[in-house]
Ligand binder design. Structure first.
Ligand code: NAD
Ligand code: DAU
Length: 335
């Protein structure tokens, strides 16, 4: 019977993962370890209250004693906890290096001491850098991170590889493209734009809006992480993507039309410094070796996500009421 330490399980992807695994595998117990940064939110887990297979521990991955204590009896580790927003890493890279690099090192040491059976490092396609107009990121693409966020994630990946190689530590790494879905903090493109548009506020499109992202539904990513945990081979990297490349401006116009809002709400703003132009994932290795494939078509996933944000305006309001300001609002005022 697996007892999994899931880090960052009160965030966007972690909370979706915890909910999905608890409902699909009755033999699993989860220790959900999260220090509740601005992005961590117990409201993301409210439906799991009282579930005897879910134990929430408020703790920080950069605190060795807290991590060691939480590791007692744990058989496996799935590591989501991170500082995750590129714009914030441009404002201040300190928390990114601290949590994403040092926190991962502390977690690796504790997991090694505990002799876990499997350790999954949840990484990102951003470690590969930026693509030109053609081509896809494969697991063999050299690491070329361009933002402080992606540099800190690449640093963590290198540590995981080194522990696997040096200590025969049973680690796998997953690298996924842009997620969307319920419970995503309204600083990332889709939840920020949907929540602004629901309030008839404008949406800040960075630069010319021709940057391309490859969108995947969060539950497809979660299924991939679970497959990597169950069937991934130590030392291997698995890419996940949705085969769904869209320029930001096209996605913005799609959101406007789905919400019935006018294009006058588009506000072009100063570009993100060092902005990566295009991400696109070759996920054929995960398909052939893990038996995984993305299942949620973008039109259905996006419609369901918009419906979720419409039905959960109180969830968004509770976040925005905590003096939450998006990166652009902080830098330049309301778009
Ligand atoms: P998120 O910001 O929504 O959640 C991060 C969670 O980690 C929060 O609950 C936060 O409280 C917790 N956390 C942060 N620092 C911590 C610390 N020091 N100790 C304990 N907990 C801490 O992030 P997300 O979008 O859910 O991303 C989860 C993981 O997936 C990250 O590692 C991210 O790099 C990776 N990822 C995200 C995406 C995406 O599109 N969002 C895509 C690929 C990979
Ligand atoms: O690719 C995976 C990564 O995707 C994850 O590792 C990160 O944790 C996650 O935050 C995400 O990074 P991005 O920087 O791609 O996501 P974001 O939602 O911040 O931006 C998506 C695109 O939209 C990007 O080109 C920047 C642009 N953008 C974003 C915001 C917030 C805008 O034009 N306006 C905005 O207000």
């Amino acid at each position: 019977m697996a007892r999994i330490l899931v880090t960052g399980g009160a965030g966007f992807i972690g909370s979706n993962f915890v909910r999905q695994l608890l409902s699909s595998d009755p033999s699993t117990t989860i220790v959900n370890f999260d220090c509740l940064t601005y992005a961590g939110n117990l409201a993301n887990l409210s439906d799991l209250a009282g579930n005897p297979r879910h134990e929430f521990v408020k703790g920080d991955i950069t605190n060795r004693e807290q991590v060691r204590a939480a590791m007692k009896g744990v058989t496996d580790v799935i590591h989501f906890a991170a500082e995750s927003h590129v714009d914030r890493s441009i404002q201040d890279s300190g928390p990114f290096v601290h949590t994403n690099v040092i926190g991962t090192q502390i977690l690796l040491d504790a997991a090694r001491e505990a002799k876990v059976a499997k350790y999954v490092q949840v990484s990102t396609d951003e470690v590969y850098g930026s693509l030109g107009e053609t081509g896809l990121f494969t697991e063999e693409t050299p690491l070329h991170p361009n933002s402080p966020y992606s540099a800190s994630k690449a640093g963590a990946d290198m540590l995981v590889m080194a522990y696997q190689h040096t200590f025969d530590f049973p680690a796998v790494i997953t690298r996924c493209s842009n997620n969307y879905g319920p419970y995503q903090f309204p600083e990332k493109l889709i939840p920020l734009f949907v929540s602004n548009l629901l309030a008839d506020e404008s949406v800040p499109v960075y630069g010319d809006g021709m940057q391309i992202r490859d969108w995947i539904h969060v539950l497809d990513h979660c299924r991939g992480v679970e497959a990597a945990w169950r069937r991934g081979k130590p030392g291997e990297v698995y890419n996940f993507g949705g085969r769904c490349e869209i320029p930001n401006i096209q996605l913005t116009k799609l959101l406007l039309s789905l919400l019935g809002k006018p294009e006058t709400l588009i506000r072009y703003v100063k570009d993100r410094p060092g902005h990566d132009r295009r991400y696109a994932i070759d996920c054929s290795k995960a398909e052939s070796e893990l038996g995984w494939a993305p299942q949620v078509p973008f039109d259905r996933g996006l419609a369901e996500t918009i419906a979720w944000y419409k039905a959960n305006t109180a969830w968004v309001a509770a976040i925005k009421n905590k003096d939450y300001l998006s990166y652009y609002e902080k830098q330049y005022g309301k778009a």
